[in-house]
Design a protein around this ligand. Structure first.
Ligand SMILES: [Zn+2]
Length: 552
């Protein structure tokens, strides 16, 4: 018997939250428990066209189920689902540990990395691209993605997602992860973020600006990182990198203060120096472009206003100085996208700071007005999710390179809406995005490596391709379908008729659909931390409630 009639969350469901499955065949659908007893039956299956995938599909809401194993039946087809107390805890932990596997400049020891261990990589001094006489040791940080470059804005944003996950949902991301720092008294999610922050601080120039990135002038082949011995360069400074790093270090100065005063002070000093540079360079913004002869990721960004806005919010939260509030208000008046949490548009992170940390202290514009704006912006996401056959918060035109980023970013926005309003339909729409990542999607694939019965096996990720191990490095989330900007080779394989939500190849060369990236893992970490905190033990839940802003 086949399983093609259903798409399910392959990692499982959690008692207390609704179980939804996608049905692709006429009903009736029967749900049986382990003993074969029918516990649920749906006769009224109304298939409708899902534009993004071309599937005729019905999203069946089974409601809350108690723990156990179940079988879905429809005609001759069946599919197993499981309901567990903390179904996503392991996957959430793996997504954080996935960042550990991206660590650069250190050995990944067997005791932490198992079969994915490797020798220290990229440990030689880097050369300043603009002044070849300058060499500095800028080791550490995370390899950005499938490649071995290290990029400031994406790294700063990813670290921020982890820190906010911890600030808002400590009960959902507090487990030990078996990384080198485990047991040092600091939660491992923050230990992992600190590995990136330590590197980030090294990327700041004497003048306060941040180098845009640390890469070679070309991408390495599919070799292990320790075999990638060509010269790395500190590429020129950029406004966006400086703004994002400024915001991230200001945030980190508050997060790490309870554990490490000295580190917190260094972070705040770095943020203030970066802000001074930004003030001195308010009128001379230019998007970063790769210098001639450089072919690594550009991460060009057409505006630094959102990075400045986020930075001003975080600095106001860190110092209480009114000049930062005034700066943030001015930048807010220019227009910010409050539901965007990715590396290019960080307006949502500024909003997150105002709505969850500053609150009334932010004043009427940055709290009351911003909250009103945020609630109306995020409302549109609920509608978008509702219009999708799979409840995915993307329209058919939004399957871009790394479509998992807007999926997870939209989940973050819906979670924030839920925190502010308590609306369960928002929480459940966010849950649909987690379900999407774990297999409830048109492709019937679990996008997190190491998880799911139908899993990603060939991510565009150099260590996974070069390590001679069949399984890819675990805990990495694939970028997913991309019809907006596919490679010619992908177009040749898939043709023009495959719908956007299915424009995907689980093949190593397909960076356009199957790459991984630290800043795709990180919004998933935030999303999983929320749902894991929700389902964690009752004690954790109580501890959490005090950090969740109530009321609207
Ligand atoms: Zn490295």
């Amino acid at each position: 018997m086949g399983d093609s009639a259903f798409r399910v969350n392959q990692v499982g469901y959690t008692a207390g939250l609704p179980v939804r499955v996608a049905v692709l065949a006429e009903g009736p659908v029967i749900l049986e428990d382990k003993e074969g007893k029918t516990v649920f039956r749906a006769d009224d299956i109304r298939l409708g066209m899902d534009e993004a995938s071309g599937d005729r599909v019905f999203l069946l809401d089974i409601g809350v189920l108690s723990e156990g194993q179940y079988i879905l039946r429809c005609g001759g087809e069946n599919r197993k689902i499981t309901v567990r107390a903390e179904a996503w805890r392991e996957a959430g932990n793996a997504l954080i540990k996935g960042l550990y596997y991206q660590r650069c400049g250190c050995e990944l020891k067997k005791e932490h990395a198992g079969p994915f261990s490797h020798a220290a990589c990229h440990i030689r001094p880097a050369t300043d691209w603009n002044d070849r006489s300058v060499q500095r040791l800028v080791t550490g940080g995370w390899h950005d993605a499938g490649d071995y470059g290290k990029y400031v804005s994406p790294g700063a944003v990813a670290a921020a997602h982890l820190m906010y996950a911890w600030k808002l949902f400590p009960g959902g991301c507090r487990d030990d992860l078996n990384i080198p720092e485990t047991g040092n008294g600091i939660p491992d999610i923050l230990n992992e973020a600190k590995y990136e922050l330590d590197w980030l601080l090294k990327m700041q120039r004497m003048n306060g600006a941040f180098h845009h990135k640390l890469t070679k002038d070309h991408f390495a082949g599919f070799i292990m990182p320790e075999e990638d011995a060509d010269q790395e360069y500190m590429m020129p400074e950029s406004h966006c990198a400086t703004g994002a790093a400024c915001a991230c270090t200001a945030l980190a100065s508050r997060v790490y203060r309870p554990w490490d005063e000295e580190f917190a002070n260094a972070l705040l000093l770095s943020a203030q120096k970066a802000w001074e540079w930004l003030e001195q360079h308010d009128g001379d913004f230019e998007p970063f472009r790769n210098p001639e002869g450089v072919r690594t990721g550009q991460y060009g960004d057409g505006s630094d206003r959102d990075e400045r806005f986020w930075a001003a919010c975080e600095l106001f939260a860190a110092t209480g100085r009114d000049s930062f509030r005034i700066a943030a208000e001015k930048l807010y008046a220019e227009g910010q996208h409050l539901t965007r949490f990715g590396w290019a548009d960080v307006g949502g992170l500024g909003g997150l700071c105002c709505l969850t940390e500053l609150k009334e202290k932010a004043g009427s514009i940055l709290y009351s007005k911003l909250k009103e704006d945020f609630l109306s912006e995020s409302e549109a996401l609920l509608q978008m999710s509702g219009e999708s056959g799979y409840r995915t918060a993307l329209t058919k035109d939004m399957y871009i390179w790394g479509s998992i980023l807007p999926v997870m970013g939209n989940a973050m926005a819906m979670i924030l809406n839920y925190l502010l309003t308590g609306r369960e339909e928002m929480r459940d729409a966010a849950l649909s995005q987690l379900d999407y990542a774990l297999g409830l999607n048109a492709l019937d694939i679990c996008f997190v490596t190491g998880f799911g019965e139908r899993r990603v096996m060939h991510p565009h990720h150099r260590p996974s391709g070069a390590d001679h191990i069949e399984e890819p490095v675990p805990g990495l989330i694939s970028g997913g379908p991309n019809k907006n900007w596919p490679y010619a080779a992908t177009k040749e394989k898939l043709g023009a008729d495959i719908p956007p939500a299915k424009y995907y190849l689980d093949e190593t060369p397909s960076a356009d659909t199957n790459e991984v990236a630290v800043y795709w893992n990180s919004p998933a970490v935030f999303t999983f931390a929320f749902f894991n905190s929700f389902t964690a033990a009752a004690g954790d839940r109580t501890a959490n409630a005090s950090t969740i802003p109530q009321g609207s």
